[in-house]
Design a protein around this ligand. Sequence first.
Ligand code: MTE
Length: 310
Amino acid sequence: MLIRETPSWALPEREATPEPLYLNRRAVVAGLVAAGALPAAAGTDPGRLARIPARRTRDAGEPPTPLADVAGYNNFYEFGLDKSDPARNAGTLRPSPWTVRIGGLVRKPLTLDVDRYIAKAPFEERIYRFRCVEGWSMVIPWVGVPFASLVRAVEPLGSAKYVAFRTLADPVQMPGLRSPVLDWPYREGLRLDEAMHDLTLLTVGVYGRRLPNQNGAPIRLVVPWKYGFKSVKSVVAIDFVETQPQTSWNMATPREYGFYSNVNPEVDHPRWSQARERRIGEFRRRETLMFNGYPEVASLYAGMDLRRFF
Ligand code: MTE
């Protein structure tokens, strides 16, 4: 179910995260900081980041994963390869000021000043399931706007068929760039109709506050029916293009990581099954759902062989 109007159960921003719960999470995060697992820098400590007013428009119907996990168990190879590296190392990222250049095959290219955008855009809170290709998953309350609103603002030309995204690649801010694990900058892409689907979220916050650096501050994409690596972090450039863009993981291992990478329990990764997943915080593995439980995207792939276009 997709809700565009404010539904009767939509929560005002102040109730989106109950304060006792939030304070409890804060205590957990503070504990991690004290233990040296998380640095105390404002950019990485979620409790010290600014709140963003947002109304909840989508609920996953499942309890959100605690903030300590969302902001403490990450993949952000620009800051290291271990799950705890981004929270430990991303204090060097400077998310403000930050601009995103949006261009290519568009009538109205623009440069987005992210701080100004966050001050004025009407944001939504959307609680989405998030499934990593590695077989773990979370439920995350993101704050963002449908990416389609940005697409409409730049007016793509008829020849624009894909959208290419690029992460910052600054070796001064990102120590992980020393590792040749990927061909930097981190690149991702979507077909234009996927990018315009209402579920595709241009994301600036999590748990009601600005994104911690380790989660892709100050602005990232979230595509909930695709494996997590499609949700590119710390975006600096968005280009509308005619042909399918190159993407980092597909370039690194094309046999393992396709351009589409829709969550699909029936198409195994060459080295492991994708039929089940481990929800962070749970003991037993649960079944993975087709399109990660977002069947409304199925029409985007009507007639396509999802084994071939994986
Ligand atoms: N974006 C960049 N720039 N670099 C990365 O290493 N990792 C991807 C994705 N976006 C990644 C990235 C992967 S593999 C996952 S699972 C998600 O970010 C993790 O997002 P999270 O840490 O906010 O949960």
